[in-house]
Structures are given as C-alpha cells and as structure tokens.
Design a protein around this ligand. Structure first.
Ligand SMILES: C[S@@+](CC[C@H](N)C(=O)[O-])C[C@H]1O[C@@H](n2cnc3c(N)ncnc32)[C@H](O)[C@@H]1O
Length: 264
C-alpha cells in the first residue's frame, strides 16, 4: 500500500515529563496485564537478550531483568533514561531512536515497544529495524487501539484536537501487521492484552491521575491556556449536571493490543 507522506506532527520531549512520569503507574493504573504479556512472550520465545525500544523509565524492562534476562533499553530522552537507571535493576541503556537502532544485526531474542510507536516518525522503519536486530524470537508492538475507541476517553471530548492528534500519530493496527509481514516475520497476529476501565464519577474526575498535564502526552502537548480551558470545560459540565441533580460519568475505556510476529 502506498501512503502519502505524513505532515510533520508535534512531538513531546519526554525530558519535560520524566520526573513525574512514573506517577501514571500508581494505584489503579499499575497495568499488571501489560507486564504479564511482555513476560509471557519473553518466556514463550525463551528470550535471553531483550530490547525495549522507547523504554522510558523501564517500567516493563526492569521485570525482565529481574527474571534473569539481559535487558537492553533504548530511548531518545535523557530524562526518561535517568529514571530507568535509578531502578534497582541491571539494565543496559542507550540513547537513540527506534527508526535507527544502534545495534548489530541479529543481536536480540525479543524486540518490543510499549506505548511508544506513536511517537516515532518512521514507524515502518522501526519495524524493519526491529527485525534486523532480531536473531531469533519475536518483534512485538504494544499500542492503544485509538481508532476503535473514539467515544471512550473523556480527554478527547474536553480537550479539542487531542483525538485528531492521536488519529494522526497512532498507526492503524492492521497496517502494523502488514509491516511485520513485509519485514519477513511469520505467524503475525494481534490480541488484546489490557482493557483499561477507569471511569470517573462526577467530581472524582478532577483527581484522575490521567488528567494531570504531565501525565499523558495528549495533555502535555497542549499549551497551558488550552489545558486550563479543558479543565474549565470539565468543571462547568460537572456544575451544570449537579445543578439539575445529575452526576456525570467520565469514561476511560482504552484497549491495548499486542501486535506480534515471529522469526520462525
Ligand atoms: C509513553 S512513553 C512509554 C515509555 C515506556 N515504554 C512505558 O510504557 O512506560 C513513550 C516513550 O517513547 C519515547 N520515544 C519518543 N520518540 C521515540 C523514538 N523516535 N524512538 C524510540 N522511542 C521514542 C519517549 O521518549 C518516551 O520515553
């Protein structure tokens, strides 16, 4: 399939949010299903040397290190890498981008990324690079299926432009499967690894960790004025509902899929 070149999209410099990034994993947002999916895949392919591209603070990679694997992480953000380095885990960390992996051919048994492919400007290049550095095992992309879930995240409703941005930067998952096949991977498949269901009721939404400006890239990329306007919209909607004796529900129902292809 031939695609028109993408217009340049705004990007988030994760150095801006690195210090507070890990707060997203507190309490109900711990996402054990994602950790389990990564560990299960690593076990399935009997991985020893694993690479997470866009590893951020190494939330998932540290678990593989704890399981005795040689855990390599790559990320363009020094700030995120510093947070990863601070973990009590043995990690080999490199600054770089997924589109051009600074590793030799046939180095890893598993190459994966979690919630990071939408930040890459050369997403197909990343898939090819991941395949190049694979010696056996699998390549896996874990990503939110934004297209299927337009109505399920209140952030999209109250902060104009956030859904359009997500549509523009998140690849269609069917297309990622094609890229995996084109890279020569086999048994290419997708499955749901996590369903985030964290609806907030009424004013409780104002304490939602996802609503902090530095919590998710959709909000971090807004100007302060646009962010404040969105918060005011939420407050006004709550007040209007309360005035007529109703309570608003703010949905957060997101689906994370794993798209995977195996070398054999
Ligand atoms: C939402 S965070 C995900 C971090 C980690 N995988 C996790 O799930 O917690 C996205 C990460 O992608 C990184 N990133 C941005 N552009 C990238 C690129 N071109 N190649 C690889 N990683 C990139 C960011 O620096 C950031 O650490």
């Amino acid at each position: 399939m031939t695609r028109h070149p993408r217009a340049p999209l705004p990007t988030l410099d994760y150095d801006q949010v690195a210090d507070t990034y890990n707060t997203r994993f507190h309490m109900e947002h711990d996402r054990p299903q994602v950790a389990a999916a990564v560990c299960e895949l690593a076990y399935e392919v009997a991985a020893y040397r694993v690479l997470e591209v866009g590893c951020g603070t190494a939330r998932w990679l540290a678990g593989l290190s704890d399981m005795g694997m040689a855990a390599y992480g790559l990320d363009p953000s020094w700030g995120m890498l510093a947070q990863a380095q601070a973990r009590p885990a043995f990690l080999s960390l490199t600054r770089g981008r997924g589109e051009q992996l600074p590793f030799s051919d046939a180095t890893f048994d598993l190459v994966y990324c979690v919630n990071a492919i939408h930040h890459m400007r050369g997403q197909r290049d990343f898939v090819q690079e991941a395949r190049r550095v694979l010696r056996r095992g699998a390549v896996a992309v874990l990503a939110l299926d934004t297209r299927a879930h337009r109505d399920d995240w209140y952030i999209y409703d109250y902060f104009p432009g956030t859904y359009a941005l997500d549509l523009a930067r998140h690849p269609d998952h069917a297309e990622v499967l094609e890229w995996l096949r084109d890279a020569g991977l086999k048994r290419v498949q997708r499955h749901v690894v996590d369903r985030i269901a964290a609806d907030k009721v009424g004013r409780a939404v104002l304490a939602d960790p996802f609503l902090r400006k530095d919590a998710v890239s959709q909000l971090a990329m807004l100007s302060d004025a646009a962010y404040d306007a969105g918060i005011r919209r939420i407050q006004a909607a709550i007040a209007a509902a309360e005035f007529v004796g109703e309570t608003l529900i703010f949905p957060t129902r997101l689906v994370m899929e794993m798209l995977v292809g195996y070398l054999e």
